[in-house]
Design a protein around this ligand. Sequence first.
Ligand code: SF4
Length: 504
Amino acid sequence: MIRHDYSRVDPKRRANIDYKKRQFAKAEFQQQTYEHRLNYYGIPPTAEITLDEFETWAIDRLKVLSELEACSFRNRNPEETAEHMTGILAKYLPLRSNSSRSQNLQDERRKDHYSHFILRLAFSSTEDLRRRFARLETMLFRLRFRNDDLDERKRFVEGLKLDWEEVTEEEKREFKEEMAAASGARKGEVQEWFKVDWERVPELVEQRRVLLKRGMAFVPQREQMSLVVAEFTRRLDDALELTARALPRLDEDDRLAPILAHLSQSFATPDAAYSSSDANIDGLSAPTAASIDTLSQHFPLCMQNLHQALRRDSHLKHYGRLQYSLFLKGIGLSLEECLLFWRRSFKLITDEKFTKEYKYNIRHVYGDVGGDANRRGRGYTPYSCQKILTEPLPGPGQSHGCPYRTFAPDNLLAMLQNTGVNDRDLLKTVREDVGKQRYHVACNRVFDWAHKKEIKKVKDDGSWSAADLDTIVHPNTYFKRGWLLKHLGDGNAGLVGGGDKMEE
Ligand code: SF4
């Protein structure tokens, strides 16, 4: 679908493109017309676009998906998300309905169609990227579906030809009472029903919003959106698997490979959410190597896990050391104290081995050694939750990452219980959250539970603003906020500069 304005592909190689690719040649310049605003992205685009369009359209879509992800990280509800996204969608990926009579309808839909497929290529390489992409695309689809013109939405759904079966008159008679009870319809209101295989609507089954009969889920009309969205996700998941298998063939195209690699890297790079004010904690005297054990009770689970592993094994592997050193630096531990902390913790090795193998890395983290850029920037920035949550999973013997994601649910709950979380309902909800990959929501839930008395107090007396209690998106914010809340009576002025301020 790329116009051959110029090409870096060796012409000899182009001549040798295999038959499987040539079979698509006929479709190469077909332009599609888009009848509907919404798209299930079932048919790949085949008309030509320039390399420039290829890249800019993908980047624009990426901006939209990143904002959607930020909304879910901040736990925004659908209405807040819709409000936040209105301006962003209008700027980067407008998609007007037929009734708008806009001149640009086809162009907008073309950009939406192409950019979806470009990102599909860029994000199908790993399981993690595929899951993340499918989740965000589903959010985008749901948002648009909700806002679509009612008539157009109806026509779009009819056009999908989803194999929903109608509930027969006989079934309606047979299950009349149960259907009336399950429909939630007001008296006199007529409710239409479909039926589908229950495995296709697991969310609705779990939330008991359908009636289960003879292996089929009877779904009331008002749940249509869930059905359409679930089907969208199912098809996208399948398509991403297929794309992943076809990816190696793309390596032949050295115009696209660098662009796709760049796109997936920018998707993987999490936003910086660390504020240097997180290191200035009112009332907390400068942390030392000796005070970390005591302070660790206020650490988030990711850092408690590293601390416990370090105490248990007197050692941590590279990524664990990096994640933990950055966090400690972020709470205000000086380089000297940090070196002392690691030296004392690695009890089983000699001074010589420590100096030779570990010291340099710690100094590097602090920007004490290394290239000019590292020194000028004073080393690395403490990792945000998003960074920790999107890194490759730890291997055997490694302890880095976020336990809400890396631990099996039973082990996670056991660890939480060890740290004093003993509320059964909370633990059950945490299990549900992690089952839906809402790791970060689970972590915030645990924080709110562990500090509920203090949070109530600062809310009631108005000493903290709503922003001070916004969703935590950084382990250092978790520590700072937790420490301050547990030391409210110690004369702290409040959460000075303590929101989740962003700093590049
Ligand atoms: Fe740490 Fe963030 Fe995971 Fe909480 S959600 S455990 S702060 S990485």
